[in-house]
Design a protein around this ligand. Structure first.
Ligand SMILES: [Zn+2]
Length: 103
């Protein structure tokens, strides 16, 4: 590469104190002058995304169908599982409804 200059240090105008500061283009970078987060909105959204990623999905505890269950037991367990799946679908629908209603 023809460019032999050292690592390019990006600068950004701090939204808090209005001075230019070096940053690594990370949402958590802070201003050299006032110490505020340079992109508070991006940092917050990253945090939210992280929390959502950490949060476990709605647990759908399906009944276990064992291979040594008799045909009648398996039949009833299949019915219970269908009910559980239907319940999960209804819950998902309500979550969607609340999300839509909340805008
Ligand atoms: Zn600043």
């Amino acid at each position: 590469m023809p460019d032999s200059s050292p690592a390019f240090a990006a600068t950004k105008k701090c939204p808090h104190c209005g001075r230019w500061t070096e940053w690594q283009q990370q949402p958590t970078d802070r201003c050299q002058h006032c110490g505020q987060v340079l992109e508070p909105r991006r940092a917050a959204s990253d945090q939210t995304r992280q929390q959502q990623a950490d949060a476990p999905l709605a647990p759908v505890l399906l009944i276990e169908i064992k291979p040594d269950d008799g045909p009648v037991v398996r039949f009833f367990k299949h019915i219970i599982r269908s009910g559980q799946l239907a319940f999960a679908a209804i819950m998902a629908f309500f979550v969607w409804l609340v999300t839509v209603a909340a805008g």
